[in-house]
Design a protein around this ligand. Structure first.
Ligand SMILES: Nc1ncnc2c1ncn2[C@@H]1O[C@H](COP(=O)(O)OP(=O)(O)OP(=O)(O)O)[C@@H](O)[C@H]1O
Length: 304
């Protein structure tokens, strides 16, 4: 402990939970300064409470954990396997990884996932863009360049996770999206309404991190405001259906992944970039505008 130099100012603080160890961090959520050990304890306990209070899982369910090899999904894999064991949730857990085929990036992080497989004893399934779509991201970048390749990567990954989940026959898929990701999505949804699709994508993340520095709860408040959004009852909501081509989830005749893939295979990679044209526009015209049964709904979709 640091020596006190008179008055409260000079005293070194102690963890505000155990009052024994030195604090290692200040939680933005509570502004409490706490030690590493107490942080692990409250973090795991809070996740357990969210799982139990919201009845997220049922005994016997098969759950896939989207494992990118990044820090958040690695923590997710650890916490899920630990809580499942400690509290006897009775879940069958699996790791599901999508290999986008990005040399020097995903091949490295897949090594981390393989270590997690051994460490937590969770079976791992890897699905690749090459197997699912016939293209690796490296090949897509060669064709389309660096400007729009994030669209392909995000759309294909979202569907690849669905496909992997279907192969594993799981009931649910858990991902490691964190508060920053969700706050960014809320802001982007607002900006998209005001400006244009994908406007300010890079700016939104920087902006929320700047806000957090000034006011630590800002990220949680943005998420809360997103949860409280209400969509005007006159707004037509997309209807969830299935893609007529691949059978996976889509609100259009063809899902975005099939539109993008068609463009790639026809040597027209810009086909599905930006606002969808072509095959889906007729489908949209035919959709009846039915606002009667649309009640106010929470807003927000997560990008992958
Ligand atoms: N290639 C992937 N394979 C499986 N799941 C993925 C993959 N990429 C992303 N995800 C899932 O989506 C979540 C959010 O994706 P994001 O791109 O923000 O993650 P990341 O930056 O790769 O790393 P992290 O795991 O730290 O979130 C991940 O936590 C993971 O659950």
């Amino acid at each position: 402990m640091e020596a006190s130099h008179g008055g409260d100012k000079g005293k070194s603080r102690l963890c505000s939970i155990c009052n024994q160890r030195r604090p290692a961090l200040k939680r933005p959520k509570t502004l409490q300064q706490i030690c590493k050990e107490c942080f692990y304890e409250v973090f795991e306990e809070e996740i357990h409470r969210v799982i139990v209070d919201n009845k997220l899982f049922k005994p016997g369910e098969r759950i896939a954990i989207g494992a990118s090899g990044g820090k958040d999904s690695t923590v997710l894999a650890y916490v899920m396997s630990e809580l499942n064991r400690r509290h006897n949730y009775g879940l069958d857990l699996f790791l599901l990884s999508v290999d986008e085929g990005i040399t020097g990036y995903r091949d490295d992080s897949l090594e981390t996932v393989k270590r997690n497989e051994v460490q937590y004893g969770l079976p791992l399934k890897v699905v690749s863009y090459k197997d699912l779509y016939g293209w690796t991201m490296d090949e897509i970048v060669k064709m389309i360049g660096l400007k729009n390749n994030c669209t392909f990567c995000g759309v294909f990954r979202r569907q690849a996770l669905d496909r992997g989940a279907a192969l594993l026959k799981v009931d649910k898929l858990a991902t490691g999206h964190n508060a920053d990701d969700i706050a960014e999505t809320v802001l982007l949804n607002i900006l998209r309404g005001i400006y244009s699709p994908n406007a300010y994508r890079g700016f939104a993340r920087e902006f929320i991190k700047d806000l957090e520095r000034i006011r630590p709860r800002a990220i949680l408040d943005i998420i809360k405001s997103g949860e409280d959004f209400r969509i005007a009852t006159s707004t037509k909501m997309p209807e969830q259906g299935t893609c007529q081509r691949c059978g996976y989830i889509s609100s259009q005749k063809w899902c975005k992944a099939c539109v993008l893939l068609e463009g790639l295979n026809r040597g027209l990679p810009k086909l599905g970039i930006g606002r969808t044209r072509g095959v889906n526009s007729e489908h949209r015209k035919n959709q009846q505008i039915d606002t009667k049964n649309i009640q106010s709904k929470p807003c927000g979709t997560l990008d992958f």
